[in-house]
Design a protein around this ligand. Structure first.
Ligand code: ZN
Length: 296
């Protein structure tokens, strides 16, 4: 059984000292760093694609803002303005319901994006090992090789993510309404404020979700690929990231693949826009061949 863990100074010109140090120890790590991680071309492509998919969802909701209900509730509240406190709970409930109206579409959309990210990360790291072991392999479908439990977990996560986004958005919109009531804006003014704010929230959220969640999915896919081919150890590398939590995880050095990093995470990302990458060690040719159905 061949186990690859040979030093190779392929990246001696690389500007990042940390990366260089680790890459010297793993030829597969070189492949990985070139191709994978949240900042890889594939990670960026998936993030752009996801952003393009999420944005129309927010825009469609903004267009369908239930203005008649907003106006009715607004008038009802305005008549009670003399009372010290103007509760916005009704608005919050209304907007949560309104957002939930399209939640299913959003969930399907996020679920398919996360699955795609997972498969990309899985395939990318498998390919790195295939190159490393110089195996001749017919084309394969990485998404079909993802363990069932991983797919299930991703689906549940997509659901949680969507609920979090809609709750958060409703809360932000209720702040706009509270402000509008305090400053006694007219109904058309309030409607415009809500639409503008909603578009703005949607644009920002689409970017953050796409970058963070796709980076996370790609990284998670890579982790599962390495487990599937028998990798035994991992090391977190900061590349261009300069964050405390990332530095702490890098300081862990080389640890067993099943051991969480000091932050409690199994692999990057450790924070939004994290650019760390995980390098894996000790995959076996046998594990790889078995996974690809090439026989021992
Ligand atoms: Zn990081």
């Amino acid at each position: 059984m061949r186990r690859i863990d040979a030093p190779r100074a392929l990246f001696s010109h690389h500007p990042h000292v940390h990366l260089h140090r680790v890459l010297e120890r793993s030829a597969a790590g070189v492949n990985k760093a070139k191709r994978l991680g949240p900042q890889s071309p594939e990670g960026k492509r998936l993030a752009r694609k996801t952003e393009r998919k999420i944005l129309p969802w927010f825009r469609a909701r903004a267009r369908k803002l239930p203005l008649t209900t907003v106006s009715a509730l607004y008038r009802q509240r305005l008549s009670g303005m003399q009372e010290a406190d103007v509760p916005v709970d009704d608005f919050f409930v209304l907007f949560t319901e309104w957002l939930e109206d399209g939640i299913e579409q959003f969930e399907v959309l996020m679920n398919s994006s996360i699955q795609e990210g997972l498969a990309a990360g899985f395939e990318g790291d498998l390919q790195a090992w295939i190159d490393e072991f110089k195996l001749k392999v017919p084309p394969f479908d990485a998404s079909a090789m993802l363990p069932e439990s991983v797919i299930k977990q991703a689906k549940a996560y997509a659901g949680e993510l969507v609920t979090g986004v809609t709750d958060d958005t409703a809360k932000q919109l209720s702040t706009v309404i509270a402000e509008a009531l305090e400053t006694q804006r007219s109904v058309p003014e309030l409607a415009k404020m809500l639409r503008d704010r909603f578009e703005e929230i949607g644009t920002n959220k689409s970017k953050v979700i796409a970058r963070t969640e796709m980076g996370q999915a790609v990284s998670d896919g890579a982790y599962h690929a390495n487990k599937a081919v028998g990798a035994t150890e991992k090391e977190s590398i900061q590349t261009t990231d300069l964050d405390d939590i990332c530095a702490i995880n890098e300081a862990d050095g080389r640890i067993p693949i099943d051991q969480p990093h000091s932050s409690g995470d199994m692999h990057p990302l450790y924070h939004p826009r994290c650019m760390c990458t995980e390098v894996y060690f000790g995959a076996t040719e046998e594990g790889l061949a078995n996974l690809l159905g090439l026989g021992g």
